[in-house]
Every structure is written in structure tokens, then in C-alpha cells.
Write a protein that binds this ligand. Structure first.
Ligand SMILES: Cc1cc2nc3c(=O)[nH]c(=O)nc-3n(C[C@H](O)[C@H](O)[C@H](O)COP(=O)(O)OP(=O)(O)OC[C@H]3O[C@@H](n4cnc5c(N)ncnc54)[C@H](O)[C@@H]3O)c2cc1C
Length: 527
């Protein structure tokens, strides 16, 4: 049976068992097992905090997901053939997992390094500013989400059980059990690195292989079909490209692979501009946020989060993005002389600050230019200004000075928690005025919704430009791009945003490739 109960957040196991016994009208001795199906925090009566839980009693303890038959097919031995996947982010990894589980061997080509070496590359960048353009916060095994807060929530509806499948694989790969039932599951960068490695091992044991420092630098085509891929060794810029004959490629390159977008564009692959958002990242004392959200930090079991939205005077949406409780602002750049920020945290969420992006909706009308890649140019220009604003370090400014359009000379009570060097800079010179205006319209609104949010000494940094892809690679109902055999997947394809929805899109794309293989003709669209 399924029951619903509510308990104070600091409940003991004994209290839980008594409550289950009472709700289920079962004596304690008759309760063989229970499984939490869903747990959410109720802070409406703050500072009294409660967990509201849905629990399965005497219905087994397994969290094994039930996915639709389409996503658990096996490919007969005689039809199996190797599939190439570009990118080892969530979309690429879960496409690889889905294909190897169906018996299809894959080769994952990742331009960056494996997660251990990548972690060293990122640490060196934070300490010295020496950027490896192929192995950094955006690029490398695990993809963009590896240095993150590791929030695993998604708004995607889940008719096929794929959301639970992704969470279950994270759990099996080392994430805590809570990710299977918490309303807002998160894992943090430290756990993500473990998860990524375990997923790699599982894919390899299923017949997959990984090639790191291997960038898909170009494609060859014949009569509108993919005929092969050119792979560049990113550790040896002088090495000749390697040609791999291929008629199927899953392209899961993320939203920061600008050279790859330009390469595809040069082959006439159909792409569209897509609205996205840009702005700054803001930091506040975590204690202030937890007090505002929970009433009292003492009773809280975790660092509180927030989600804020407002409308600017010109009607644009302004909202908090990728909020990281107890986290760090991170230098998320991937190109020389361009600077982008984002947020990350460790599983403990125990830094002294909370941070989030405060971003403003922008659309193609904001960046007039030629063709579908003009949004990328818009991002690049903002990032170049951010790089110049503080001599290549993260430009920071207190909110009061941002409002009054002047440089900050000294911090107030909020001191930055950052991965990467920072220095004072005027963010008003980095952002297009429409974005600054919208943020200035929204901040007082946020200050009313969350007390102290618009304090003068809140620390802002820029530029938050990689919120989602400004481009969509058009694909048809078979998951194929305008180039037959090329299957765009994940955030970079413009059909997903976030770790879990990108992973789900990877699984869906793998299913399209399995359709093709099972068709036996190995033909996608009719030639
Ligand atoms: C700092 C940060 C924090 C984030 N925090 C969260 C969070 O808490 N929760 C959340 O849900 N989302 C978060 N995100 C967003 C999330 O990481 C992405 O939405 C998700 O990773 C997209 O998955 P993907 O597989 O489509 O692409 P990506 O993760 O971007 O992976 C693409 C991979 O492809 C590789 N690649 C690129 N070009 C090529 C090529 N030509 N050849 C071979 N390989 C290539 C890249 O090196 C990269 O590893 C965060 C992002 C960042 C940057």
C-alpha cells in the first residue's frame, strides 16, 4: 500500500516506523519493509520544517525503474554495428549506455580529458588562469555538468520512465539513495566525478569504448548522407586528422562547442536561432538565505535554495538560474580571451555563500546578425568584454555600485566564494544596456520576495552567458538532422537543458538509432 505522512525534518527512524504503523493501520511486526517514493520539504510553517513523504509499505525495496518497451529493446547479434558518439556529457553518456544495453557497440569520442585529468586541468586554470580550451569546466568527460551543483531535477514529463531510469543509473553509479525520491535531488561536483567514472566503466563492460582528447573536427558527406568523421587529437595540434568511415554519428556536443556549430553550418546543416538568457551571477550569505526561507538556520537540514522570477519594464522575463546553495561561482570559460561564469557546489553545500545566475531573456531581435549563429556571436562579444573588464580575471561588483554604474572599491560584508581569480570591474560595461536595465528593474522585486536579496553589498560577477544553447540543430521525427545519419542530441542540439533532460534526450536519440539498425536497411530517411 501507498501512504502519505508528514514528519519534522529531524525525525528519528523510530518516529517514522510509528507513523507508518499508524497510517497503514498495521502493527509494527507486520511491516516487512517500506520504500520512500517521494520526499519534499514543507517550510510553510517556518521555522517548523517538515518532510512530506509518499511511502510504499510492504511493496518491496527495489527502485528498479519501469521504462517503456521502446527503451529496453535488444538488437539481434547479426544486426549489431558500431555507432560513434561525439561528446561524453550526460546526453552522450546515456546514449552510449542505452545502445550498449541494447547490445550495440559504441565509440565515444570526447575532445576533453577523462574526469581525473580534467579535474587537474580545471584546478590549474582556477589557480593560474592557464586555460586548456579542450579540457575545462565546459569540456571533458562528464560534460558541462561535472563542475556543478549537480541538481538533478527536471520539469520534463516522464511518460516512459526515463527520468527514474536516469536517477537510478546515477544511484547505481554512486549517488546517494535520496536522489531517487527527493523532490529536489542534487549530488554536487565531488559525487558527480565518481558517478561519471562508474558510468564509463559500465558502458565499457557493455562493449563500449572511450577515446579522450578526440574532437570530431569535421564530417564527410555523400548525397546528403554522412560518410565519415574527421577526428583531431586535441593533445597534439600538429597531428593529422584521423578519418573514420561512419554513416551514423550521435552529436552530443553541448552548448559551448562553437567550432563544431560553425563546422556543421559550413556543411549547410539546417540550424535555427533559439532564444536564451544572459546576465550576471550574484552571491549572498547562505545563512541569510536559509533564515529567509526556513525562518531559522538551526533547524534546517540543508542549505536553503530559492527560485525568483520577475518581469522587467520592457516585459522581458528575469529569473534566478542554476541556484547553488552553499556553493562557488566558477570561471566556466572555454575559450581564450573570453570569460563566462556559472555556479557549482560540493555535495555538502557548505560554502558560506549562496549564488545564482540572475538572467534576462534575450531573443534574436536583440542581436541582429546573419544567420543562426548570431546568438553565439552575441555571447562571444559579452564574454570578450567580461574578459577585458578585470584583466582576464572574473569581474566583480557590489549591487549598489552596479545600480549606480560605478566601480566597487571595497567589499561590504559579503566576500566572494569563487573558483578562479577575480578583480573589481564595472559590469554595466560588460552587459548590453537592455540586460542591465532589466536586472535593475527586477532586483527590488526580488528584495521584496526574499528579504535582503537587493542588499547593497551583494556581490555580482559576469558574464552568465551559457545558460542554454542559442542554436537548435533541426531534427526530424526520426531524430535525424538535415544530414542523414547525423543525430543531434542534448543541450547542444537545442532540445534539452540540464543534466537529466539532456540524459533523457540521449536515451531517446539512441532509440532512434536502434530503429534505424533494426530496420535492417541501415537507411535513415529514404535516400
Ligand atoms: C558550471 C555549470 C553548472 C551546471 N549546473 C547544473 C546543475 O546543477 N543541474 C543541471 O541540471 N544542469 C547544470 N548545468 C547544465 C548541464 O551541465 C548541461 O545542461 C548538460 O551537461 C548538457 O549535457 P550535454 O550532454 O547535452 O552537453 P555537455 O554536458 O555540454 O557535454 C558535451 C560534451 O561534448 C564534448 N564535445 C564538444 N564538442 C565536441 C566535439 N566536436 N567532439 C567531441 N567531443 C566534443 C565536450 O567536451 C563535452 O564533454 C550546469 C552547467 C555548467 C557549465
Amino acid at each position: 500500500m501507498i501512504i502519505e505522512i508528514k514528519l519534522p525534518v529531524q525525525y528519528q527512524e523510530e518516529q517514522l516506523m510509528n507513523r507508518i504503523s499508524r497510517e497503514a493501520k498495521l502493527p509494527r511486526g507486520k511491516i516487512r519493509e517500506y520504500r520512500i517514493l517521494r520526499r519534499s520539504l514543507d517550510a510553510r510553517k517556518k521555522p517548523e520544517l517538515y518532510y512530506v513523504m509518499k511511502i510504499a509499505v510492504n511493496e518491496g525495496t527495489s527502485y528498479e525503474p519501469k521504462v517503456s518497451p521502446r527503451f529496453s529493446r535488444m538488437v539481434p547479434e547479426e544486426l549489431r554495428r558500431r555507432v560513434y558518439i561525439a561528446g561524453a556529457g550526460p546526453a552522450g553518456l546515456f546514449a552510449a549506455l542505452a545502445l550498449t544495453e541494447a547490445g550495440v557497440p559504441v565509440t565515444v569520442l570526447e575532445r576533453g580529458h577523462d574526469v581525473d585529468k580534467r579535474t587537474e586541468d580545471a584546478a590549474r586554470f582556477f589557480e593560474t588562469g592557464e586555460l586548456n580550451p579542450h579540457s575545462n569546466v565546459q569540456f571533458g568527460e562528464g560534460g558541462a555538468g561535472t563542475f556543478s551543483d549537480g541538481k538533478l531535477n527536471t520539469r520534463t514529463t516522464d511518460p516512459d520512465g526515463l527520468n527514474q531510469k536516469v536517477l537510478y543509473e546515477f544511484y547505481k553509479a554512486g549517488a546517494p539513495e535520496e536522489v531517487l525520491y527527493d523532490a529536489r535531488p542534487h549530488v554536487g561536483t565531488d559525487v558527480l566525478a565518481v558517478v561519471v567514472k562508474s558510468l564509463r566503466e559500465k558502458i565499457i563492460s557493455g562493449g563500449g569504448e572511450f577515446r579522450f582528447s578526440s574532437c570530431v573536427a569535421d564530417v564527410s558527406t555523400e548525397d546528403g548522407k554522412l560518410a565519415g568523421i574527421f577526428v583531431k587529437n586535441t593533445d597534439d595540434p600538429d597531428a593529422a586528422y584521423e578519418f573514420l568511415p561512419a554513416d551514423v554519428l550521435i552529436l552530443a556536443c553541448g552548448h559551448s562547442a562553437r567550432d563544431t556549430y560553425r563546422m556543421l553550418f559550413s556543411h549547410g546543416i539546417v540550424m535555427q536561432e533559439k532564444p536564451f538568457a544572459a546576465g550576471i551571477r550574484i552571491e549572498h550569505p547562505q545563512e541569510m538565505i536559509t533564515k529567509a526561507q526556513y525562518g531559522t538556520p538551526e533547524k534546517a537540514t540543508d542549505a536553503a535554495s530559492y527560485m525568483l522570477t520577475a518581469k522587467a519594464g520592457d516585459g522581458r522575463g528575469v529569473y534566478s538560474f542554476c541556484m547553488c546553495p552553499g556553493g562557488y561561482v566558477v570561471n566556466a570559460s572555454s575559450e581564450p580571451m573570453r570569460l563566462a561564469v556559472n555556479g557549482m557546489s560540493y555535495s555538502g553545500r557548505d560554502s558560506r555563500n549562496a549564488n545564482s545566475g540572475i538572467v534576462v531573456q534575450v531573443s534574436p531581435s536583440d542581436y541582429p546578425g546573419e544567420g543562426p549563429l548570431s546568438g553565439i556571436r552575441f555571447q562571444e562579444e559579452m564574454e570578450e568584454r567580461a574578459y577585458r573588464a578585470a584583466g582576464g580575471r572574473i569581474p566583480v561588483q557590489c549591487y549598489g555600485d552596479f545600480r549606480d554604474n560605478r566601480m566597487t572599491e571595497a567589499f561590504g560584508n559579503v566576500l566572494p566564494e569563487m573558483k578562479g581569480a577575480y578583480a573589481f570591474g564595472n559590469l554595466r560595461e560588460v552587459l548590453p544596456e537592455v540586460i542591465s536595465r532589466a536586472i535593475l528593474d527586477a532586483m527590488p522585486v526580488f528584495g521584496k520576495k526574499l528579504r535582503g536579496f537587493d542588499r547593497e553589498d551583494a556581490v555580482m560577477s559576469a558574464v552568465e552567458s551559457r545558460t542554454s544553447s542559442p542554436v537548435r540543430i533541426v531534427r526530424d521525427e526520426r531524430g535525424e538532422s538535415s544530414l542523414s545519419g547525423l543525430y543531434p542530441a542534448g543541450e547542444g542540439a537545442g532540445y534539452a537543458g540540464g543534466i537529466v533532460s539532456s540524459a533523457i534526450d540521449g536515451i531517446r536519440t539512441a532509440a532512434h538509432v536502434i530503429d534505424r539498425i533494426l530496420s535492417g536497411t541501415n537507411e535513415g530517411r529514404d535516400s
